[in-house]
Ligand binder design. Structure first.
Ligand code: S6P
Ligand code: ZN
Length: 196
């Protein structure tokens, strides 16, 4: 007899403990992105080089649980994006499209204050939507998404996505997002990259 789906998942993948200050989910691998890994993401290249000359801080870390593969299955990851800025642009994640373009995603904010920059792949239409403690963001399919920490504390969140979503970073690396999130007069402002 074929094992039932519940038997195919390891018990430690059915219930996972997490905290808000340590991204690790058991012994699953952690992806850590430092400033140098974000080359090309920030609008102010001189500010980026200047910041890198003084150190290579950790900007964010992610730990994913990818317990089951196949149609209908879900994966999720816990992310911590640290506060800071390059020039006046807030620390951000690389951002990506899903390799399987129709795959959507739900982000659940657990701590801190920030936003998600969403950009429709076909039209370039952008939305800046709040993500932080007590906020949930829906990322539709075909939408590039990047997380931005606009606060003074680590931004902690969980993203839940279809198992077949995959990540396409190359398309973002090629053209970047049309908009940037800058601190202007002490508050976040959404600005056209081309206007800078
Ligand atoms: C995965 C999900 C998140 C990101 C994380 C880091 O689909 O959107 O877990 O992986 O926010 O961002 P990035 O762009 O470096 O993967
Ligand atoms: Zn995603």
């Amino acid at each position: 007899m074929k094992p039932s789906p519940i038997d195919q998942i390891r018990p430690e993948d059915l219930a996972v403990a997490f905290g808000l200050t340590d991204v690790r989910l058991g012994d699953r691998p952690v992806v850590r992105r430092h400033l140098a890994d974000l080359r090309g993401c920030f609008a102010d290249e001189a500010a980026f080089s200047g910041a890198l000359a003084t150190g290579n801080p950790l900007l964010y870390e992610v730990c994913a649980v990818e317990a089951a593969e196949g149609d209908g299955q879900l994966h999720y990851g816990l992310g911590i994006l640290y506060p800071g800025k390059v020039g006046s642009e807030y620390y951000l994640t690389k951002g990506h499209l899903h390799a399987h373009r129709p795959a959507s995603e739900v982000y659940i904010g657990l701590a801190g204050e920030g936003a998600m920059l969403l950009e429709d792949e076909a039209t370039g239409a952008s939305r800046l939507v709040p993500l932080g403690k007590g906020r949930i963001v829906y990322v539709p399919g075909h939408t590039a998404h990047r997380t931005v920490n606009t606060g003074a504390e680590p931004l902690v969140y969980i993203g839940v996505y279809p198992a077949n979503a995959g990540h396409d970073y190359a398309s973002i690396a090629e053209r970047n997002f049309h908009k940037v999130v800058l601190e202007r007069a002490g508050v976040p402002a959404l600005v056209d990259r081309d206007s800078l």
